[in-house]
Design a protein around this ligand. Structure first.
Ligand SMILES: [Zn+2]
Length: 76
């Protein structure tokens, strides 16, 4: 009887860092500062790539948009 050394799959695939990151506790993280966002309390939201992106504050939202614009200018 052949012994197979199958790698145990834990289903733990690292998702790519994407907008609207969720941490291990299922909490929504602000993409700018990495702080926890309460989706019921924040009013700072934009939609990107068919997803809603929430920010902890207007400052973070503004920073995100500025960074996005700078990136677009770099890429042409
Ligand atoms: Zn933030």
């Amino acid at each position: 009887m052949p012994v197979k050394n199958e790698p145990k799959s834990t289903g733990e695939t690292q998702p790519e860092m994407s907008l609207g990151t969720v941490d291990a506790n299922g909490q929504l993280l602000c993409p700018t500062c990495g702080g926890v966002v309460d989706p019921r309390r924040t009013t700072q939201a934009i939609s990107r790539k068919a997803r809603l992106v929430l920010f902890c504050s207007s400052g973070c939202l503004r920073q995100f948009l500025a960074a996005e614009r700078a990136q677009q200018q770099q890429e042409g």
